[in-house]
Design a protein around this ligand. Structure first.
Ligand code: KG4
Ligand code: ZN
Length: 347
């Protein structure tokens, strides 16, 4: 069975054809990094206009790459929540129009849930349940129990998402957008010479907090502010730092961010000795340090670890089609009243 997936929740316009919920026959991802770079972050209005321009060319390319005609497809899936509402609406409107015109079932997919399906794309791996799920992205840092009935949220960030903290760290250090991959690359060239604090949440909590880490980095880089309000000035700025110093700050930040994630994953595994696997997804699952730390942890616990292949870590439509597949196989779908929603089930 072949499902067409559409993803437009943030700043990637993506269309894919996925067979049997796993095998990626085509995947087109049109990034908008070039449009948002000079603003240092995603501008929602620019993102939705760009989706509008890029969606149909991406659709044509995805069908061509998969050598699929509309009649070869069995369903149309779209990420309809959570995300930027104007961006989501472009994908949802397109998916509804295609499902109606082609006479195919339509399925709306939660983007956060879809990230946990990315680890199984192009693999034969089966998830043993109950499992621990970790979603680490620009908008979410959440821990789930995944079982045969679905997902239960057991911990989440109370402030910034870890990807957002990476992006802010990059901007504090004068590194270009998108920040996460640049901080990761610089961290690999540096050493964690500045100890930065882990979140100060209660030891038994499974929630995360990253805004304190970001502020600690800001003060470590710039010194304490002198004066208040508009008159406040910092002692230093990123432009006063050498490349080695920037690399070391990146390594220090990465060390603390990954340690904070590992602390809560370890705690969840301690609390639930019945968990049989660890599955991870979201843009930050591309992080080199996080991938190796999770591999060590899973190996030490004798648990299978499911990490997405690098090309499926960031937002993509293949994970959307994959996430729709189990529901579609059970004969379920949505009708044309499907809407986009800025908040998802777990936001
Ligand atoms: O999942 P994603 O593509 O979009 C959301 O659903 O938010 O994640 C994007 C986030 C961005 O914050 C980006 O900086 C971060 O993932 N990211 C990384 C790395 N690659 C992407 N963060 C740390 N290390 C990386 N290698
Ligand atoms: Zn995402």
């Amino acid at each position: 069975m072949r499902i067409l997936g559409i993803e437009s929740s943030c700043d990637e316009t993506s269309v894919a054809v996925v067979r049997d919920g796993r095998f990626v026959e085509s995947l087109i991802i049109a990034t908008q990094d070039d449009l948002h770079r000079r603003f240092g972050g995603v501008v929602p209005e620019i993102a939705s206009r760009a989706h509008l321009e890029r969606l149909l060319p991406a659709l044509r390319a995805a069908l061509e790459e998969a050598d699929a005609r509309p009649e070869d497809l069995h369903a149309v899936a779209v990420g309809n929540r959570p995300g930027l509402i104007g961006s989501l609406l472009v994908g949802v409107s397109a998916a509804k129009a295609l499902a109606w015109a082609w006479g195919k079932p339509l399925l709306g997919v939660d983007h956060v849930e879809a990230h946990l399906h990315a680890a199984f794309l192009d693999t034969d791996a089966e998830l043993q349940t109950p499992a621990l799920g970790l979603v680490v992205s620009g908008g979410h840092t959440s821990l789930f129990i995944v079982d045969d009935d679905g997902m239960t949220l057991i911990g989440r960030t109370i402030d910034d998402a870890v990807g957002e903290a990476y992006d802010k760290a990059a901007s504090i250090l004068g590194l270009p957008y998108p920040g996460g991959p640049n901080v990761d690359a610089a961290a690999q060239r540096g050493s964690p010479t500045t100890p930065l604090p882990l979140s100060r949440l209660a030891p038994d909590s499974l929630d995360f907090s990253f805004s304190g880490l970001k502020t600690a980095l800001l003060y470590a880089v710039r010194g304490r502010p002198v004066g208040r309000g508009d008159a406040a000035r910092f002692e230093r700025g990123a432009s006063d730092l050498s490349e080695d110093e920037i690399n070391d700050f990146c390594a220090s930040f990465q060390e603390a961010a990954v340690a904070a994630l590992l602390l809560k994953v370890t705690r969840a595994l301690d609390l639930r000795p019945d968990l049989r696997a660890l599955v991870v997804g979201g843009g930050v699952s591309a992080n080199s340090r996080l991938r190796s730390a999770l591999s060590e942890l899973a190996a030490s616990r004798g648990l299978p670890l499911h990490l997405p292949p690098m090309r499926y870590c960031l937002d993509n439509a293949a994970m959307i089609a994959a996430a729709a597949f189990p529901r579609f196989r059970r004969g379920r779908s949505d009708d044309l009243s499907l809407t986009a929603a800025a908040a998802g089930q777990w936001s």
